[in-house]
Design a protein around this ligand. Structure first.
Ligand code: CP
Length: 302
């Protein structure tokens, strides 16, 4: 692996290796030394978890970071191109972690610079490090990634995390239920990938009827900022509200995951149940991102 841009670029073996590495880092079985190395965190779009967990990951490995949140204090404001900005920054650092509003921006970055690039989310397209931490969370809670029944709920069209996760899980024979408003269904290219691999999936509007079959329910926010017309958002914003009551009768191993941030799609009373796993999921992001950086920079492990 030279870059991590899309889950399409990474093999089942890579996935299993990264999960194993994240586990060894979390449990202290391996120590990694990133001292003397610098990561640029270029966030052209807002972030809490991805930005700060990458920052935590680099610092825990002994490396250092510099960060950009928005372009207001950079020469982008003077009209500098993305290519020139990236080339310049690549002269200073060992790895670039980029989040951008435009689909394909991370791929463009990886084709522009000569150092590793990690996609921290590109528009509505992909969020591969989120998918990797999701897989790590699923492995930890279910003991396996194989043969699971997974419900994905919410904005499956504009929410990039579900695109990456559906592709990531497709190597492990899942059964998917995709619950979304009709206009926010999983994109055709993801469904085509799943069909090509003979993965079973069903599209529905209501998740209630299949709750008792699920191992994982992956809830997502309706992506308000990506709607061109606010009225269209208003029509669908409350389509799914997961409550404690809805979880009655679920399987013992069942867990609720959410990439976060949430707005109102999971009520607070779910947080105190044994099924809520979304904050631990965010914590798992630090170990997985440590593992990804270790792999891409070929850092020494002890
Ligand atoms: N899950 C996720 O990408 O969260 P942030 O937007 O806060 O980084």
């Amino acid at each position: 692996m030279k870059n991590l841009i899309s889950m399409r670029d990474i093999s089942k073996e890579d996935i299993l290796k990264l999960i194993d590495s994240a586990n060894k880092i979390e449990t202290g079985k391996v120590k990694v030394d990133m001292s003397g190395k610098l990561a640029a965190l270029l966030f052209f779009e807002p972030s809490t978890r991805t930005h700060f967990s990458f920052e935590t990951a680099v610092k825990k490995l002994g490396g250092n970071t510099f960060s950009m949140s928005g372009t207001s204090s950079t020469s982008v404001k003077k009209g500098e191109t993305l290519a020139d900005t990236l080339m310049t920054i690549s002269m200073y650092v060992d790895i670039i972690i980029i989040r951008h509003i435009i689909e394909g921006a991370a791929r463009f970055a990886s084709e522009t610079v000569n150092i590793p690039v990690i996609n921290a989310g590109d528009g509505t397209n992909q969020h591969p490090t989120q998918a990797m931490l999701d897989l790590y969370s699923i492995q930890k809670t279910q003991g396996s990634l194989n043969n699971l029944t997974v419900g994905m709920v919410g904005d499956l069209r504009l929410g990039r995390t579900v695109h990456s996760l559906a592709q990531a899980l497709s190597d492990f024979n899942p059964t998917f239920y995709f619950a979304s408003p009709r206009h926010l269904q999983m994109p055709a290219y993801i469904k085509d990938d799943l069909k090509a691999k003979n993965i079973k999936f069903t599209e529905l509007e209501d998740i209630k009827d299949v709750m008792h079959t699920l191992d994982i329910m992956y809830v997502t926010r309706i992506q308000k900022e990506r709607f061109a017309v606010l009225e269209d958002y208003e029509k669908v914003k409350d389509s799914y509200i997961i409550t404690k009551k809805l979880l009655e009768g679920v399987k013992k191993n069942f867990k609720v995951l959410h990439p976060l941030p949430r707005v109102n799609e999971i009520t607070k009373d779910v947080d105190d149940t044994e099924y809520a796993y979304y904050f631990q999921q965010a914590r798992n992001g630090v170990f997985m991102r440590q593992a990804i950086i270790t792999e891409l920079l070929n850092l020494e492990k002890h």
